[in-house]
Design a binder for this molecule. Structure first.
Ligand SMILES: Nc1ncnc2c1ncn2[C@@H]1O[C@H](COP(=O)(O)OP(=O)(O)OP(=O)(O)O)[C@@H](O)[C@H]1O
Ligand SMILES: [Mg+2]
Length: 299
């Protein structure tokens, strides 16, 4: 919460949730203003009395203690990032009670200007600027990431404004406790997957996917691989040179391509399964589908 009060009031949150509920019921989000699609959910712009804010709907929490634990993890993650030299954008959580003791919650942030977002910046940048931006991201990623503090360093998670870099993707806090266990409640977050997939993902895939982000070299490899998805592969040679100054063994173009192809395949498969699951829930079971899925993603 800022000195001037929260970014969104309880009444505004209720209106937002009603509008999102209409999208869930029909599987149609055309009346919502989408700022960006992530792999897990959509980020919307929502008008408040004090101007528009960015809102990210979280998976529903079964009860208040589960939500409180998540809120504490987000707060610790924001502090851990800052302590490691990564400035997170101002982030608040807004929540409301739902039927049956459940909690609906949104992560709320100021809207960062579109022209400052990483992919847009690198789409128009040339020469030294490309190196400057990639070096700033890589430096921060290798400084903050260790076995207990993870980061998804992909371009789409940063806003760059002159010398200032802010990090926006904090809805999936990657923090591990002393015993090496995830602080994030896997059960709550895996609820966005078709139920038949959940045990497999949680037992086999999740640790592997997350391992990349808890390893400095892995986080940089993922950032470089993602340049393909962003159609910015022309900046790969600069990215490889920057990375070579920070990680050992040096990352090669062939390794980036291999990594990206495998990564793109698994995410594309997951999105297809989720769209099928949504169709099943809406059309066959006639139940609202409580997630905003991204449209087709070019990979
Ligand atoms: N505060 C913001 N201002 C403007 N645009 C934003 C903001 N937050 C997110 N976006 C847009 O939405 C996209 C997805 O956001 P974000 O990275 O938080 O979600 P995500 O990748 O789905 O995260 P996760 O996979 O951890 O759920 C961003 O890349 C950006 O384009
Ligand atoms: Mg993201």
């Amino acid at each position: 919460m800022t000195a001037a009060g929260p970014l969104i009031t309880a009444a505004e949150l209720a209106e937002l949730e009603a509008a999102v509920g209409r999208a869930f019921a029909g599987g149609d989000d055309r009346h919502l203003r989408v700022l960006g699609y992530g792999e897990i959910s959509s980020v919307l712009a929502w008008d408040t009395a004090r101007g528009p804010v960015a809102v990210k709907r979280l998976p529903p929490f079964p009860d208040r203690p589960r939500f409180d634990a998540y809120a504490a993890t987000v707060a610790d993650y924001l502090a851990a990032l800052a302590a490691g030299g990564v400035t997170p954008v101002t982030t608040e959580l807004a929540s409301a009670a739902a039927p049956g003791g459940a909690v609906v919650a949104y992560l709320v942030q100021p809207i960062l200007p579109a022209a400052t977002l990483g992919p847009r910046r690198l789409a128009v940048a040339g020469g030294d600027e490309v190196e400057h931006v990639l070096a700033a991201i890589v430096e921060r990623a290798v400084a903050v990431v260790d076995g207990r503090r993870g980061l998804d360093a992909q371009l789409s998670n940063w806003a760059i404004d002159g010398e200032r870099l802010v990090y926006l993707d904090v809805s999936t806090p990657m923090l591990r406790d002393d015993a090496g266990g995830e602080r994030l409640d896997g059960e709550v977050f895996l609820a966005s997957l078709p139920w038949a997939l959940r045990p497999v993902v949680s037992r086999f895939l999740l640790r592997d996917i997350l391992a990349t982000y808890y390893d400095p070299r892995g986080a940089v490899l993922d950032l470089l691989g993602n340049l393909h998805k962003e159609r910015l592969a022309r900046h790969l040679p600069v990215g490889l040179a920057v990375a070579a100054r920070h990680v050992r063994p040096a990352i090669t173009a062939a390794e980036v391509d291999r990594y990206y192809r495998a990564d793109a395949r698994s995410w594309a498969l997951l999105q297809r399964l989720r769209r099928l699951d949504r169709a099943w829930q809406l059309r066959v079971r006639r139940r609202p589908y409580p997630f905003l899925l991204p449209g087709p993603i070019a990979r």
